[in-house]
Design a protein around this ligand. Structure first.
Ligand SMILES: [Ca+2]
Ligand SMILES: [Ca+2]
Ligand SMILES: [Ca+2]
Ligand SMILES: [Ca+2]
Length: 446
């Protein structure tokens, strides 16, 4: 495998970089982005001078930056990705940090509403198991906005989409889906609103946590792990357009909705239109109430499901990044309190992708957002914010990636949790809380 390499060993702060392209031949990048996309960096340069990011790193730290023409995300016309390996040791009495910073190649326009990029780990096992990854946006006003997450060492490429929205101050790790002014940067706050058209600089940081790097994590056995290596690619800002899947407003009767229902043995699911309660969205007049009664079954996978068949002309979801819907609970204060909501997408290929979240019995409308991305087999309960293939559905796997070019069905499962229904919750006994009611409204993708 050939890499273009340049090793950086520096002691303090910002330097400009030179990337030395290796011996392999490169051709001109193919992307001619539509006007709604601003490519921040795709790392597909034919000229090493294309690399404009500046490195900042704390005392004693360094970074290896490599362009990689072999390991690239599944994105058409893509030529290269960037490997970022950071080595940032602990130095007593000084803060650890590392970042790559870029002046934006063009002005952000206000209609750009998501930032996205591909990321992947090195596929190795062992400590450190994860690192902190942060995207920072800095406004011309000086306001600093961050969105943080932990990334693991999985060698599977993952598409990360972050809403270009932000308000107030807080912890960036609570804002992996949008941006927040970190509490420590609050003195630089101006209006505490992310003004997209005022963004001037972007930073990305990948750093093992202090507990790993400084050798205090219990499993690190006192050893320190200052290094972490990631691949990153195709950093873009884009506009996503809202497409209605179902708002339940135009239906006169259930027949107009052409919903199919299914429940596991002994269960019932009863949807009905409700024009007395609906989500607080413009011109809204009606929602769908879903009453379920689903007793326990032997293997435990009890569920009651609404199935929305997507019309042929609306099955290409490739320009969308999120599925959004509004939900409202029944406000129950006695068991079973709350339930689970399962959202599944069925590809025309037959692959089924699911996301499960616990739903509290709140009786206020809430909007939930699920990222339209998925590329692994896992328990959907671990994925309220994106999609995975459940183990039980993996026998239908075709290519193991959520493909958005032909989404045939949307399934929504509503049920009380097994813990209540099957009597395993502390206060429950036996099979006694099979009922759960949820209101659903305004299902969209964007
Ligand atoms: Ca690329
Ligand atoms: Ca602002
Ligand atoms: Ca509605
Ligand atoms: Ca697929």
């Amino acid at each position: 495998m050939k890499h273009s390499t340049h090793n950086i060993k520096i002691a303090i702060l910002v330097v400009s970089l030179l990337i030395i392209i290796g011996g392999h031949t490169l051709t001109q990048a193919q992307d001619t982005p539509p006007p709604t996309i601003l490519v921040i960096d795709n790392f597909d340069y034919t000229d090493p001078a294309g690399f404009k990011w500046e490195l900042g790193v704390s005392q004693g730290g360094s970074a290896n930056l490599l362009l990689d023409a072999q390991v690239i995300p599944p994105d058409s016309g893509n030529l290269q990705s960037l490997i970022v390996e950071t080595i940032v040791p602990c130095v007593a009495g000084s803060a650890r940090f590392q970042y790559l910073q870029l002046a934006l190649p063009g002005r952000f326009t206000p209609e750009l509403n998501v930032l996205e990029f591909w990321i992947r780990g090195d596929g190795q096992t062992g400590a450190p198991f994860a690192a902190e990854f942060t995207i920072t946006l800095i406004e011309g006003s000086g306001e600093i906005w961050k969105s943080s997450r932990l990334v693991n060492r999985s060698s599977t490429w993952k598409l990360i989409t972050i809403n270009l929205t932000g308000q107030g101050t807080g912890d960036p790790f609570d804002h992996s889906g949008d941006f927040i002014i970190p509490t420590a940067s609050a003195p630089k706050a101006v209006n505490q609103v992310l003004d997209v058209a005022d963004i001037r600089l972007i930073r990305m940081e990948s750093l093992t946590t202090n507990t790993w790097a400084c050798g205090t994590a219990s499993r690190a056995g006192g050893q320190s792990y200052p290094s972490f290596k990631i691949w990153i690619d195709q950093i873009v800002a884009r506009q996503t357009e809202v497409v209605r899947i179902n708002d339940f407003d135009r239906a006169q009767s259930l027949e107009d909705l052409s919903i199919e229902t299914q429940a596991t043995a002994g269960g019932t699911i009863t949807p009905q239109l409700d024009n007395t309660t609906f989500a607080p969205t413009p011109k809204n007049v009606q929602s769908l109430q879903v009453q379920t009664n689903v007793p326990c079954i032997q293997d435990g996978n009890r569920d009651a499901v609404l199935e929305f068949r997507i019309p042929q002309a609306q099955r290409d979801w490739r320009n969308s990044r999120f599925l959004e819907l509004w939900i409202r609970g029944d406000g129950a204060t006695t068991p079973a309190v709350g339930g689970k909501l399962t959202v599944s997408l069925v590809e025309d290929s037959g692959e089924i992708w699911s996301s499960i979240r616990r739903v509290s019995p709140h009786d206020e409308w809430r909007k939930i957002t699920i990222s339209l991305s998925g590329n692994q087999v896992d328990n959907p309960r671990n994925h309220p914010l994106d999609f995975v293939m459940a183990l039980g559905a993996s026998d239908r796997s075709v290519n193991g990636v959520l493909d958005l070019d032909n989404i045939k069905l949307l399934r929504i499962g509503v049920a009380s949790t097994n813990g209540w229904a099957c009597g395993t919750a502390i206060r429950a006994e036996g099979n006694q809380y099979p009922n759960f009611t949820l209101w659903i409204d305004d299902i969209t993708r964007r």
